[in-house]
Design a protein around this ligand. Structure first.
Ligand SMILES: Nc1nc2c(ncn2[C@@H]2O[C@H](COP(=O)(O)OP(=O)(O)O)[C@@H](O)[C@H]2O)c(=O)[nH]1
Ligand SMILES: [Mg+2]
Ligand SMILES: [Zn+2]
Length: 279
């Protein structure tokens, strides 16, 4: 049978499909070949002897948390308290795209804005939509209908952004703690860390936030350019085919920054990311 590994504790793998839930072990052959099945793996298994026989080809895998085949990452982004951090948002968007994961931005705390701030923030929200990112807000549950269906989603975003609150909104049975202090107090107790997928709105959510340490790893400046939508999509209008949009003449991106068609903060963050590689 085919199934999905939804949980792993030491050498036991919980495999799930439409017929049920099966605790399985990995075949000895995997250990010999140094292959470790991961939560998120699609597998073929022997349901009578409870053995995983084969692991399907992975489309990606994360190290922390250790999960395979992540479809999308929900970047929970607070716009006030903590204030909107476009540098972190743009960095996450870039790194997540580079990992073949579709990023989705979820803006939170819109209710804390006054009229003037609302206008300013709407400008950002609309910009990210316009350049083609999926954008939602946590203002109501309906915004998430179908968003998770048949997908594996990992949550990310700075602490205090509203990740736990969002999950509680989407599934009140979860009753996750929403204040950081109690989380910090609990940390010491859970010595055996394990990753789990849990069901939410006809899909799966990874139980641990991802991308908590964000750096560009072994990405090149071209990887950064090609994983920021407008830096990549306008490249073919630039004079040079390998234009990095920095010192080159006849650069379409730089023109668009001048005319404000590209958000200043996006371009500044882009330059800052490229610069940070040199260190
Ligand atoms: N006003 C307002 N507060 C929020 C919203 N979302 C979360 N919070 C609050 O922000 C704090 C941090 O939220 P939490 O879910 O623990 O953030 P996490 O660290 O990302 O899991 C909590 O006090 C929440 O009640 C929102 O949309 N509006
Ligand atoms: Mg939390
Ligand atoms: Zn250019």
């Amino acid at each position: 049978m085919e199934g999905l590994i939804i949980r792993n504790i030491s050498n036991e793998y919980i495999v799930k499909n439409t017929s049920g839930i099966y605790p399985c072990r990995a075949r000895g052959k995997f250990r010999k070949d140094k292959i470790v099945p991961l939560v998120g793996d699609k597998v073929i298994f022997d349901e009578k002897n409870n053995y995983i026989l084969e692991i399907k080809k992975r489309k990606n895998h994360l190290i922390r948390p250790t999960v395979a085949n992540i479809d999308q990452a929900l970047i929970v982004t607070s716009i006030k308290s903590p204030n909107l951090d476009t540098n972190l948002l743009d960095k996450l968007l870039t790194i997540i795209s580079y990992n073949n994961i579709e990023p989705i931005i979820c803006f939170t705390k819109l209710d804390l804005l006054n009229k003037e701030e609302q206008k300013e923030i709407l400008n950002y929200i609309n910009y990210y939509k316009k350049i083609g990112y999926k954008v939602v807000t946590n203002e109501n549950k309906e915004n998430f209908t179908n968003l998770f269906r048949n997908k594996i989603t990992v949550l990310t975003g700075q602490s205090g952004a509203g990740k736990s609150s969002l999950l509680n909104l989407l599934n009140p049975n979860l009753k996750l703690k929403t204040d950081e202090i109690s989380k910090a107090l609990n940390r010491g107790k859970h010595t055996t860390r394990h990753t789990e997928l849990y069901e939410l709105l006809d899909g799966y959510i990874v139980d641990t936030p991802g991308f908590s340490q964000v750096d560009f790893h072994n990405m090149t400046k071209f990887d950064i350019r090609d994983n920021m939508k407008e830096m990549f999509e306008n490249l073919h209008y630039c004079k040079y085919r390998d234009c990095l949009h920095i010192k080159e003449d006849n650069c379409r991106v730089k023109e668009m920054v001048q005319t404000k068609e590209i958000l200043t903060s996006r371009y500044e963050n882009y330059k800052n990311f490229i610069e940070s590689l040199k260190k």
